[in-house]
Design a protein around this ligand. Structure first.
Ligand code: GLA
Length: 382
């Protein structure tokens, strides 16, 4: 069954009807620029084929009944005056979006709503952001409002920071909302300027799952953010975006070592992201690959967010790819997926090498996907 068939079958089974509105939003894989977004820096994601779909039939005045079809779980609440749930997991993403829409003055109708997705959770490919973005699309359409991709992304980001309590940046939601098919998206996370970078046809983006699940809600993410803020305050800048490598060198031995290392990563990844955007545009995989390898090293040694499995997988991929491309852990960290960029004609050999020697912690072969950069979120039918 396709994702769309699952959504329609699940909606019909739960509510005995077809949804009036169907929206979709993709997951994303970040090529480079990690933990830079909340430092007002740069990131460069592409949208992936896996996505979340939302089906909705509004019924003004009724409760909002929500079915998470993949989990077989449900929620029900009055959309005006919605509150967070303790340990509410996916429910708080939905409730968070409704709450932010209320705050923005949108009167969210009740009704029948179902969610289905193909993004594996805990893999660093933004299943939560795609849920928030797809849901925002569906609810706005239901009340006849058209918002820009950026406004939708920023509302979805506020929703994730609110009820779920993750102090995330804006990378995931902007990637899900504003990417374009066949392109990577260079995001200036401060000015919100977006640059679509066409990906040359002979370049392949490959994702390999380490099989180590990551948890964004555990404290590490917020701790990294606090360390970056400490470094920025010491350097006397509003955000690490405003600091350069010379300022960092001058602070060595004065700023505490941990915050100094965190700043090294962020300042370095900002520079690498801008350089990688130029290199990719010029079809220069040699430079792109070197920057990705440097980014992985920096995530491992300076930012402390890789794990043995993603270190091993990145090393394996980098060896198999050679000099024309590279690989790095992608996303928030502590496991999840590794992203690789290479020439298309190398894909079979590289995947073969990974399948021959990498096993997940449970001894399974890793899941591999060869991505065709997808379009950002939108409405499918209404
Ligand atoms: C998570 C967050 C993003 C970003 C990345 C790391 O995906 O949600 O805002 O900080 O981690 O780059």
């Amino acid at each position: 069954m396709t994702l769309n068939q699952r959504l329609h079958a699940g909606f019909a089974a739960a509510f005995g009807a077809s949804p009036l509105i169907v929206s979709r939003a993709p997951g994303r894989v970040n090529l480079i620029g990690e933990h830079t977004d909340y430092n007002d820096g740069f990131a460069m994601p592409v949208a992936i084929g896996a996505e979340t779909r939302v089906g909705f039939t509004p019924q003004p005045g009724a409760d909002l009944r929500v079915m998470a079809l993949d989990l077989g779980e449900e929620d029900r609440f009055a959309p005006s005056g919605v509150g967070a749930l303790t340990g509410g997991s996916w429910r708080n993403y939905v409730r968070g979006v409704v709450d932010e829409l209320n705050t923005a003055g949108v009167v969210v109708p009740g009704g029948m709503l179902a969610v289905a997705g193909s993004i594996a959770r805990g893999t660093g490919l933004s299943s939560s952001a795609s849920l928030e973005v797809a849901l925002t699309h569906a609810l706005l359409l239901a009340v006849g409002l058209e918002w820009s991709a950026l406004d939708i992304a920023l509302l979805a980001q506020r929703a994730e920071c609110g009820f779920p309590g993750v102090r995330c940046g804006n990378l995931d939601q902007i990637a899900s909302a504003a990417t374009r098919q066949g392109h990577a998206l260079l995001i200036d996370c401060r000015s919100l300027a977006l640059r679509q970078i066409p990906l040359p046809d002979d370049i392949a983006v490959v994702i390999v799952q380490s099989g180590v699940e990551r948890g964004l809600v555990d404290g590490e993410y917020n701790t990294r953010r606090a360390e970056c803020e400490r470094a920025a305050a010491f350097l006397g800048v509003a955000a690490l975006r405003d600091a350069d490598e010379a300022m960092l060198m001058a602070a060595k031995g004065k700023l505490d070592d941990l915050a100094w290392l965190r700043a090294c990563h962020v300042i370095g990844d900002n520079r690498r992201t801008l350089e990688a955007a130029e290199a990719l545009s010029a079809n220069d995989l040699r430079t792109t690959g070197r920057l990705m390898r440097e980014s992985h090293r920096s995530q491992a040694q300076d930012f402390g967010i890789t794990v043995a499995a993603t270190d091993q997988l990145s090393a394996l991929l980098n060896t198999a790819i050679g000099t024309e491309g590279g690989a790095r852990q992608t996303g928030g960290g502590f496991g999840g997926a590794v992203v690789a960029v290479m020439r298309r004609d190398r894909v079979d050999a590289v995947c073969g090498a990974v399948l021959a020697s990498y096993r997940t912690p449970t001894g399974a072969m890793p899941a591999i996907s060869i991505e065709i950069p997808a379009d950002g979120a939108g409405v499918i039918a209404s």
